[in-house]
Design a protein. Sequence first.
Length: 135
Amino acid sequence: ACSGPRPKGVGALSQMQLQSEVLDWHSYTNRRKIACLAGMVPSEWSTGDKERRGSITKVGVPAIRRIIVEMVWRMVLFQPQYKPVQKWQEVLKGPNPALKKKAVVAIGRQLLVDLWRLETGRVTAQELNLIMIED
């Protein structure tokens, strides 16, 4: 059962599924570890001074990626003031479906990190510019 406040656009079922996949938000010590859990970190090819980042690794839990992508599409509708959604607004309104998918993954990575920050008490919803709802 999911109770308590949650960001508007994040469904109770999605939040419950995400909670059951993550288990304990406090066991992840930084944002990179929680993003890696979902496999939403870029691959990297580095040699010497050259650094090149590629597409996401998809090494993490596929269920978390699926849940986060669903949440992002709802966040675009219900929370247009959320900073990552504002940042990618032009791409999301554009005609290119491949760029839209990349934008959704970028917003999703930030959303997952922000949900981790909320759950662990590092920030408040007001600081993230999120509208919260109660059940």
